[in-house]
Design a protein around this ligand. Structure first.
Ligand SMILES: Nc1ncnc2c1ncn2[C@@H]1O[C@H](COP(=O)(O)OP(=O)(O)OP(=O)(O)O)[C@@H](O)[C@H]1O
Ligand SMILES: [Mg+2]
Length: 348
């Protein structure tokens, strides 16, 4: 499988300002040293409880946030990323490494180079009532990315808008309407059309189906899947709803307090979650068969603050398997077989 995105040691810290002078007094470590790959054409699910950094990770990858540290390689040939990895290990101060990172590491891009990449990466937010400008007509909402990025205007833009509206199941007669004249599901279709109008390769879907009810949710999911095939898209799909992620994602990563603690094929993860946090999370999914009983694992204690995360494994204060090492050393993601990666000392 070809890699579309490789993220290495990515960090995003937000400053916490305090005092009369509004100086930085602390940092929210929203994404803290995260590494993973996303393959071309896959749907990569991202789950974890509220505040664990899912949205921040999605937005940082597409540079809607400036990363604090780390690298993002977007559609970079594998021999180049390998060379960079070797140089980072053996010759971290070399000119060659500096040059390669300047050319290929999206985290270092600015100005025109960044602007040129924007077309290829888009995002769809949870709530179209806030993400779509209520004072703009559908035709302008959908055309805006084309105009702003200088990709098309006038008749050409209109043609492109109609093309993409057709793909999401809307038509010419919707062009001269405002967002409030649509149902929630249709509004989300407009948001999808706007994201896809620049013909991107990669789309961050941040809880795209959470604002609509169940019947519409299935239609939207089908639409997203059809579009993915049709337009060769690669997705990150962020959701609280584990059953939605199960039906759309090829692989899933579980986040806890700014870290990825487990990542593997969807089927494998849902059948056999290994990280104690993932186990607790997945034990809470209702099973449709009433004869099967599963005891939900109740997590004790509160989610710690990302300003002062626990030392060692961030989950150790709430973990029933915690050992001495867990509070001292940080477990790294490692493959326990079949591309099942987990960051936990208690899993062998
Ligand atoms: N712009 C910001 N400035 C400061 N802190 C932020 C900002 N955005 C997010 N945070 C903080 O970063 C952490 C991660 O937030 P994020 O929105 O990424 O979580 P999430 O997993 O998407 O949560 P949810 O499931 O509720 O959407 C939280 O502690 C949040 O308060
Ligand atoms: Mg979020």
């Amino acid at each position: 499988m070809e890699t579309l995105i490789e993220v290495r040691k990515l960090k995003k810290y937000f400053p916490v300002l305090g005092g009369v002078l509004k100086r930085k007094v602390a940092e929210v470590k929203a994404v803290d040293n995260v590494s993973f790959k996303i393959f071309k054409g896959e749907c990569f699910g991202l789950v974890g409880e509220s505040g664990c950094g899912k949205t921040t990770l999605g937005k940082t990858i597409i540079r809607l946030h400036d990363p604090t540290d780390g690298s993002i390689y977007f559609d970079v040939p594998e021999d180049i990323t390998k060379e960079i990895e070797e140089l980072e290990r053996n010759d971290p101060k070399s000119h060659r490494l500096k040059e390669l990172r300047r050319r290929y590491d999206l985290a270092t891009y600015r100005g025109t180079m960044l602007a040129n990449m924007r077309r290829r990466m888009q995002i769809v937010y949870q709530d179209p009532t806030t993400s779509l400008n209520p004072r703009m007509l559908v035709k302008d909402i959908v055309a805006e990315p084309l105009i702003v990025q200088g990709l098309a205007k006038g008749l050409e833009a209109r043609k492109r808008v109609l093309e993409i509206l057709d793909k999401v199941g809307l038509t010419e007669r919707h062009l001269y309407r405002y967002p409030h004249e649509f149902s929630g599901g249709q509004r989300q279709r407009i948001a999808v059309a706007r994201a896809l109008v620049t013909n991107p390769d990669f789309v961050v879907l941040d809880e795209p189906t959470s604002s609509v009810d169940v019947s519409v949710r299935a239609q939207l999911l089908n639409l997203l899947q059809d579009l993915q095939k049709d337009l060769n898209l690669t997705y990150i799909f962020i959701s609280h709803d584990l059953s939605v992620v199960e039906c759309i994602a090829n692989r899933v990563a579980v986040m806890y307090l700014g870290k990825i603690v487990e990542v593997t094929q969807t089927e494998e993860l849902y059948k056999n979650p290994l990280h104690p946090y993932a186990r607790a999370l997945f034990s809470a999914i209702p099973i449709p068969d009433p004869t099967v009983k599963r005891k939900p694992i109740i997590l004790t204690g509160e989610v710690p603050s990302p300003v002062n995360p626990p030392t060692g494994c961030r989950f150790h204060p709430r973990c029933q398997y915690a050992m001495e090492i867990c509070s001292k050393e940080e477990p790294q993601l490692r493959d326990v077989g079949n591309n099942h990666l987990v960051a936990c000392f208690a899993v062998d």
